[in-house]
Design a protein around this ligand. Sequence first.
Ligand SMILES: Cc1cc2nc3c(=O)[nH]c(=O)nc-3n(C[C@H](O)[C@H](O)[C@H](O)COP(=O)(O)O)c2cc1C
Length: 199
Amino acid sequence: MKKILHIISSPKGEASRSIKLAGILIDKLLATYPGSTVKTIDLVKKEPEHLKMEQIAAFFTPAAQHSEQQKEALLFSDESIREVLDADIIVIGAPTYNFSIHSSLKAWIDHIVRAGLTFSYSEKGVAGLVQGKKVYLVLSSGLMVTEGPAKAPDFVEPYLRHMLAFLGMTDVSVVRLEGADVPGVKEQAWDKAVSSIGF
Ligand SMILES: Cc1cc2nc3c(=O)[nH]c(=O)nc-3n(C[C@H](O)[C@H](O)[C@H](O)COP(=O)(O)O)c2cc1C
């Protein structure tokens, strides 16, 4: 029995390929771990604020000294971190937008990266504090990104892997739909994506 956190960052709702693919993955997870629960966070419907000075100042103020205004500024960040820490499995849906992630997902990441809560500094350097999670990245792109000219400028998987590892999450698997808009490739793209769910 697992607690699954599903992060959505596609604005396309029912037409979204990453949401549909993540749904198939989650159904498989539920079949594998009966009794599991799924909490879905739609970052487009409930958009995280871009970080403002209020949040940044609060991040660097000890919790005991937070003003009421700072507590309020931290509500989304605190809740998002609780959701991440509480989950056993995190499924992150990430469509490619202009060679990177959708800005709602970037904003969410900015809220969950917090010194003392999700990572720490020590003499040995930075240590991730989010341990023991299994993460699935459900990636969706119009172009082929694992080969060809769009491979080098694909910042989605490298960025997400880096940020997850920074926070301590290194058990990461990728489920990928690619070439969904490329004639001659798109016809097989969906079946290939579903078969990349490797368990
Ligand atoms: C504004 C915009 C920018 C896009 N940029 C890229 C891109 O840089 N590379 C790419 O391969 N696909 C790009 N696409 C195509 C999407 O990644 C593709 O349609 C994907 O399936 C979207 O996932 P979703 O259906 O879950 O929203 C872009 C689509 C939109 C709407």
